[in-house]
Design a protein around this ligand. Sequence first.
Ligand code: RIB
Length: 308
Amino acid sequence: MQYDASGGGRYDLLVVGSANVDLVVGVERRPGPGETVLGSDLAVHPGGKGANQALAAARLGARAALLARVGDDEHGRLLLASQREAGVDTDGVLVGGAPTGVALITVDPSGDNSIVVSPGANGRLTPADVRAAAPLLAAARVVSLQLEIPLETVAEVTRGLAPDARLVLNPSPPAPLPAEVLAACDPLVVNEHEARYVLGAAAGDTPQDWVRGLLALGPRSVVTTLGAQGAVVAEGHADSLHHLPSPRVEAVDTTGAGDAFTAALAWRLGRGDDLRRAAAFAVRVGAAAVTARGAQDSFPTPEQVDAV
Ligand code: RIB
């Protein structure tokens, strides 16, 4: 594998994570246990939290790269094509080992979704794959991780970062995080569900409670996303806590909005913005992303962010 970080220096953002094909059905309401509901025609989109972030960053203008694994199949080719079309460097996308990951998604009329992921090839992205991609990691200003790949692979990334690189982690879907991973996060990015999972019974009730509790677990900074309410951020200690409100938009489909938010945040942090400024921009990117259907199809250009 040859990683070309020449001619302009380093990658603004390397995303190490999943690539899924999203199988999406619109429903009047999401089914309960044991229930069957009828939905819309099936829509098939490129997705996966990792691939979404890489593409969202590239669409905003970032020099982005993706380290991931897809199957040697039609879904894998669809994902590679969408990344390349957006300008993402896909030298780090490995092919084979299992079928491409698939996400089964239902979206209700309010734009809320439920997602079940079959990890497939994502589950075969190993620590050895990360070590083999050392030049790619060394060339990244910011590295972004989520949890649709094995936890030991995530931990290996935290050990292979360039000394001046910044790590952004969105623990989605949530899982117990080793102390070494938590300590490397700058920031840890969570929504309410993920905050409550990580904090357990001691979570408290307000976003401010969650941010304080999460900071006490060791990350250098924390961002809690609140959907239409924006985000709360803090660096180092809870005194630095700030609420960044979201512009009001008509939500059509929230799928991937968190990925667009995190990608925008990571990119702007790598460009030197402070956390508050980067999160204020990311809130607007997330708001723009909920105004259109699908994950990657909804990710905004800079002009579309300016318009919200
Ligand atoms: O965050 C949205 C993403 O979650 C979808 O694209 C789906 O693939 C799942 O990974």
